[in-house]
Design a protein around this ligand. Sequence first.
Ligand SMILES: [Zn+2]
Length: 194
Amino acid sequence: MELVPTQDDVVALLRRTGGLRDGHFEYPGGQHITEYLQVALTMRDYQAAKVLSVGLSRKVRANTEIRAMIPELSVVAPATGGLPVAYGVCEALRARQVYWAERENDSEPLHFRQYLEVSKGEKVLLVDDILRTGQKLAEVKKLVEARGGEVVGVAVDFSPLPLYYMAQLDGTYYSSAAACDLCKRGVPFDKVRL
Ligand SMILES: [Zn+2]
């Protein structure tokens, strides 16, 4: 496999490691989709995790402005789920440090651990395994900026948007069960826990 794997390589790797499966799934918001992606299942496999992290870091490194900042760059995950990717990218880039935001329940704002200081003008690369709505990334960006840091880039393994990503997926989305072709054909679905 090349150092930056192709989209086909990545999809094959996801399927082989159980991170991507075909079927009929319902998301908590009621949307139905024909593909299930859970990057954590793929990240169990250390070699697969390495392929994704090294590939993603190479895409980031191709940005000359960010490349110049690498020795002082902080890699920040918006939640603990992004940590395997964040540590992999930090190691591959030889960036300065990794930390993450978290919250105990959905009703409270994201926060960093006690005593974690963001230094003034600190260069931050936000990293996550998957971009869904971008809401959490936007929230952690605000948190970093409120502490005086500067978000210089966003890197995710999987995204529907043109960022730095390893693969774009093409499952068919339906806005609700009523709009879902699989439901109309009576195909049973699995509920997705995020
Ligand atoms: Zn359906």
